[in-house]
Design a protein around this ligand. Structure first.
Ligand SMILES: *[C@@H]1O[C@H](CO)[C@@H](O)[C@H](O)[C@H]1NC(C)=O
Ligand SMILES: *[C@@H]1O[C@H](CO)[C@@H](O)[C@H](O)[C@H]1NC(C)=O
Ligand SMILES: *[C@@H]1O[C@H](CO)[C@@H](O)[C@H](O)[C@H]1NC(C)=O
Ligand SMILES: *[C@@H]1O[C@H](CO)[C@@H](O)[C@H](O)[C@H]1NC(C)=O
Ligand SMILES: *[C@@H]1O[C@H](CO)[C@@H](O)[C@H](O)[C@H]1NC(C)=O
Ligand SMILES: *[C@@H]1O[C@H](CO)[C@@H](O)[C@H](O)[C@H]1NC(C)=O
Ligand SMILES: *[C@@H]1O[C@H](CO)[C@@H](O)[C@H](O)[C@H]1NC(C)=O
Ligand SMILES: *[C@@H]1O[C@H](CO)[C@@H](O)[C@H](O)[C@H]1NC(C)=O
Ligand SMILES: *[C@@H]1O[C@H](CO)[C@@H](O)[C@H](O)[C@H]1NC(C)=O
Ligand SMILES: *[C@@H]1O[C@H](CO)[C@@H](O)[C@H](O)[C@H]1NC(C)=O
Ligand SMILES: *[C@@H]1O[C@H](CO)[C@@H](O)[C@H](O)[C@H]1NC(C)=O
Length: 509
């Protein structure tokens, strides 16, 4: 009953609207998120940012493990939108992942309702828009998964939660930043760092102009708080402060990262994905080396690559193309090691084996520190070192108490090795989390199919699935609200078709 009590406090209990396949006994949490532009001046200069429900950053979504989360996203921007939930493992449900390999975009003026269940993952996550560099303009907010009362956490319940959303920030908006990247320019130094959407305290009157609103966090004496920090920035390590710092002390950063380990004998809440038990003694079935290189010009356009391939998003999402047997939407030929030929732009996807236990080596041959992210999975970070990875590097792996993560840093001129148990059927995005590199094509997908076609290992497509590309004819039009800044692309086309269709009916009559 305590569980229901706390959810009533949040006012979130709701009856499922879309589909109720299973998990019917678990509570539902309903949210409505409206993304629109607002003008604010976090660094003292007015600029358009993407607000969620009129606030920047957006509201915190606070749920409990096992909840069925229903989020109706309304796109009041003037371009396509998708919201993604990195680190939240969409078990058997890549339909809800919110990236172009699995979802058609939500056109301007439309809404789309996500529905997924959060399982076994207590922690602090955040949501953000995944398309077109929009995250550089905002659209993000905190997504918290708390423990059920019956699951103990290995510390006393804190007196309060403090959410800190921190990231570097440009005064230019995402469209201006996109123009710069498309023209082959580096984004250059960010203009500042924002904490919870606010700028710096005026610690120096020469360096920081007056009148900037800064974040204040109130705490009561004698109380203990849990601080949840989200890094929503564009880059890793951005412009570097003066030495001494981590970047120049190169061995320190690697040693420090590898020193964070799981307490193998502690009980309580910690990630325990399938295959994690004695992960170090499971035989590796496949090895993928993914090498990132600095951006290059391919066919006159600046692009970033993994293994010599810069990913081009398919017109028909991979998962949907499979469902409807659309031919040629993508290729299953992503190489397991860097290609030696000239770099190319392609729709190459990893043909991953269901129930495989794979080793992924991230070899950063780019000039910037990177972070690498995998949707749908947690992975064990078993090794990290400077130089090129070789088979002998396996002797240095942590096979006992490595921590599970969904995002890991890879230093320039260095490698990071992760182990992943491929137990989650679907199509899952692998990407550079550095926003500019991702935008320029440093990503691919892992396609994981259960060869038995057993309908218990993956959810069916949701009833509200959006269609586009080769399947656009299956999409019914949606009433476009007048508050959208512009109506473009799909909705206008469908409204036109509807008008033509109605006219044809009139003529036939
Ligand atoms: C967002 O705004 C809508 C419309 O005002 C409201 O119904 C909804 O509860 C808000 N959502 C959150 C998470 O605050
Ligand atoms: C972005 O900034 C440019 C000017 O740099 C401006 O023309 C454009 O309207 C802005 N777009 C949005 C969506 O704010
Ligand atoms: C859009 O929102 C309405 C409620 O406002 C909901 O009934 C409808 O299912 C949503 N559309 C999609 C495609 O999720
Ligand atoms: C989230 O909800 C829990 C109760 O379920 C509460 O203890 C916690 O303070 C909330 N956190 C935030 C940031 O709202
Ligand atoms: C403020 O910054 C300027 C420029 O870096 C520096 O010259 C000055 O000493 C700083 N003032 C204080 C009070 O630290
Ligand atoms: C690991 O957890 C156990 C049990 O809670 C505890 O006794 C031990 O001190 C912990 N070890 C470390 C290194 O934190
Ligand atoms: C792992 O592979 C070795 C041979 O390479 C084999 O002897 C062993 O049985 C395998 N272990 C498992 C759990 O499959
Ligand atoms: C993908 O891998 C499976 C084995 O896991 C294999 O049967 C199939 O032929 C592969 N497909 C392609 C296009 O390589
Ligand atoms: C690592 O590999 C790259 C690409 O093959 C090569 O250019 C570079 O010289 C190698 N670095 C070292 C330290 O061996
Ligand atoms: C990247 O590779 C080039 C050759 O392809 C090599 O000269 C360079 O040292 C490498 N740089 C890093 C940071 O790995
Ligand atoms: C799943 O497959 C079983 C057995 O083939 C069948 O009885 C059941 O109706 C299927 N369920 C769904 C949701 O398709």
């Amino acid at each position: 009953m305590a569980l229901f009590g706390s959810s009533y406090m949040l006012g979130l209990i709701h009856i499922p609207l879309l589909f109720s396949l299973c998990f019917a006994a678990d509570p539902f949490a309903n949210f409505q998120l409206e993304l629109s532009y607002i003008t604010v001046s976090p660094l003292g200069v007015p600029q358009q940012v993407i607000a969620v429900n009129g606030t920047f950053p957006g509201p915190t979504l606070n749920v409990t493990t096992n909840y069925n989360v229903v989020v109706n996203v309304k796109n009041k921007l003037d371009e396509n939108l998708l919201i993604t939930w990195p680190g939240v493992q969409m078990r058997r449900n890549s339909w809800q992942d919110g990236v172009l390999g699995t979802n058609c975009p939500i056109p301007a003026g439309w809404n789309w309702t996500y529905q997924f269940q959060v399982k076994d993952q207590i922690g602090s996550f955040f949501y953000y828009p995944s398309l077109n560099l929009q995250r550089a303009s905002g659209g993000f907010g905190s997504f918290i998964i708390t423990n059920r009362d019956i699951i103990p956490i290995p510390f006393k319940m804190p007196d309060g939660d403090i959410v800190i959303i921190i990231g570097d920030w440009y005064i230019r908006n995402h469209t201006a930043l996109r123009t710069a990247l498309d023209a082959g320019n580096d984004l250059g130094m960010p203009d500042g760092v924002l904490i919870n959407g606010k700028g710096p305290y005026q610690y120096n009157t020469t360096l920081v102009p007056g009148g900037i609103d800064y974040e204040t966090i109130n705490v009561d004496p004698g109380k203990t708080y849990r601080i949840r920090v989200h890094n929503v920035g564009e880059r890793q390590a951005g412009p570097l402060p003066d030495p001494p710092n981590d970047f120049y002390d190169t061995s320190y950063v690697v040693n420090q990262a590898m020193s964070i380990r799981q307490n193998g004998s502690a009980s309580g809440a910690r990630p325990n994905p399938q295959g994690s038990f004695h992960y170090g003694s499971i035989n590796i079935t496949d090895t993928y080396i993914l090498r990132s290189m600095p951006p290059v010009v391919i066919n006159g356009k600046t692009r970033a690559t993994f293994n010599g391939i810069s990913f081009a998003n398919p017109d028909t999402p991979i998962r949907l193309a499979d469902q409807y047997k659309v031919q040629g939407a993508y290729k299953l030929d992503f190489p397991s090691a860097p290609l030696t030929g000239p770099p190319r732009v392609d729709r190459s996807v990893i043909n991953a084996t269901y129930k495989g236990f794979i080793e992924v080596i991230l070899q950063n041959n780019d000039t910037v520190p990177q972070s690498f992210h995998m949707d749908g999975y947690g992975f064990f970070v078993v090794g990290m070192a400077y130089g090129n990875w070789t088979e002998n590097s396996r002797n240095t792996y942590d096979k006992w108490d490595a921590i599970t993560r969904s995002t890991v840093q890879v230093f320039p001129g260095a490698w990071t090795a992760v182990l992943v148990s491929l137990d989650n059927v679907g199509v899952w995005n692998l990407r550079a989390e550095n926003l500019d590199r991702w935008y320029l094509g440093q990503e691919t997908y892992m396609r994981i199919v259960n060869p038995k076609e057993d309908n218990t290992t993956e959810f069916p497509a949701p009833s509200n699935v959006l269609y586009c590309g080769a399947l656009a004819h299956l999409q019914t039009p949606q009433q476009v609200s007048s508050s959208a800044s512009t109506v473009s692309g799909q909705p206008r086309l469908y409204l036109m078709l509807l008008v033509v269709f109605s006219a044809a009916i009139l003529v036939l009559r």
